[in-house]
Write a protein that binds this ligand. Structure first.
Ligand code: B1M
Length: 213
């Protein structure tokens, strides 16, 4: 079994010590942090997701796998965050109301910060009014919303409506993402940008740029 296959299996089984050792080993062997993240840690969560769907894994085991993945990610974080010091704008980010998934959102927040954005992370289960109040208070240039459940995606539309009602829609760029979110959905709800992964989120945010008042 290859190192990455073993790493995936250990994340899936929640073997934290083995994961920490194998992430270090992969780095020592010269693998890039991004490669270890994508082919080891994230790939493992895809297997976990499929098993969850097939009811071969249940919430406690999934949570254990997620925590193990995050432990491995802690080692990679400083290596992923190699941004410049240029200030690209302020981003308010969070996982929408009803949704507790935060691993992907945390990665997006980390990479945005490392790419020179000032990031205000509101965490999980964020109601539309909280997003809007923080955008107003911080005079944010971007609002980033993450959703991992098809049932919580409509909260993105509701947050956009709340922004509109507060008279703030025109002064903030809205970026959406998360596994079930698509470009078509982003277009449908009137978001300014969609990104399929954390790397793309940085690219899209930079392309959109802040709204010039
Ligand atoms: Co849940 N879960 N989960 N879960 N979970 C999924 C999402 C699911 C696809 C699994 C499955 O059935 N195959 C499924 C959703 C089905 C659907 O709606 N389509 C599901 C379900 C059903 C549920 C529950 C309802 C289960 C239950 O209770 N019966 C429940 C809901 C709880 C709630 O939120 N209210 C639930 C709970 C949980 C745990 C708490 C156990 C745990 C979350 C722990 C945590 O986040 N702290 C969990 C996990 C770990 C998963 C899977 C296995 C992994 C998610 C993950 O972390 N992926 C997931 C299956 C899967 O996605 N393969 C699943 C790794 C992460 C790096 O990727 O989050 O996609 P991701 O982020 C990527 C991109 O999407 C993108 O960039 C990130 C990095 O590249 N991205 C953005 C994300 N946000 C972005 C924002 C942007 C731009 C890009 O701009 C702002």
């Amino acid at each position: 079994m290859s190192l990455f296959e073993e790493l995936k299996l250990n994340v899936e089984q929640g073997n934290k010590e083995a994961v920490l050792a194998q992430v270090q080993q992969a780095l020592a062997e010269g693998h890039e942090a991004q490669e270890i993240l994508n082919q080891g840690l994230i790939a493992a969560m895809d297997v976990v997701g499929a098993k969850m769907e097939a009811e071969e894994m249940f919430i406690p085991e999934v949570l254990r796998a997620a925590k193990t993945m995050e432990a491995g990610l802690e080692i990679l974080k400083p290596l992923l965050a190699v941004g410049d010091i240029q200030v690209e704008g302020t981003v308010v980010i969070g996982t929408v109301k009803g949704d507790l998934h935060d691993i992907g959102k945390n990665l997006v927040a980390l990479l945005l910060a490392s790419a020179g954005f000032a990031v205000i992370d509101l965490g999980i289960n964020v109601p539309p009014a909280t997003f809007v109040a923080k955008v107003k208070e911080s005079q944010a240039d971007f609002l980033g919303m993450s959703a991992l459940l098809t049932t919580t995606m409509p909260m993105m539309r509701e947050t956009l409506a709340e922004l509109e009602r507060a008279g703030l829609r025109d002064r903030v760029r809205v970026l959406v993402g998360g596994a079930p979110v698509t470009q078509a959905f982003a277009d449908q709800i009137g978001a300014d940008g969609y990104a399929s992964d954390a790397g793309a989120a940085i690219k899209v945010a930079k392309e959109l740029g802040a709204v010039v008042a």
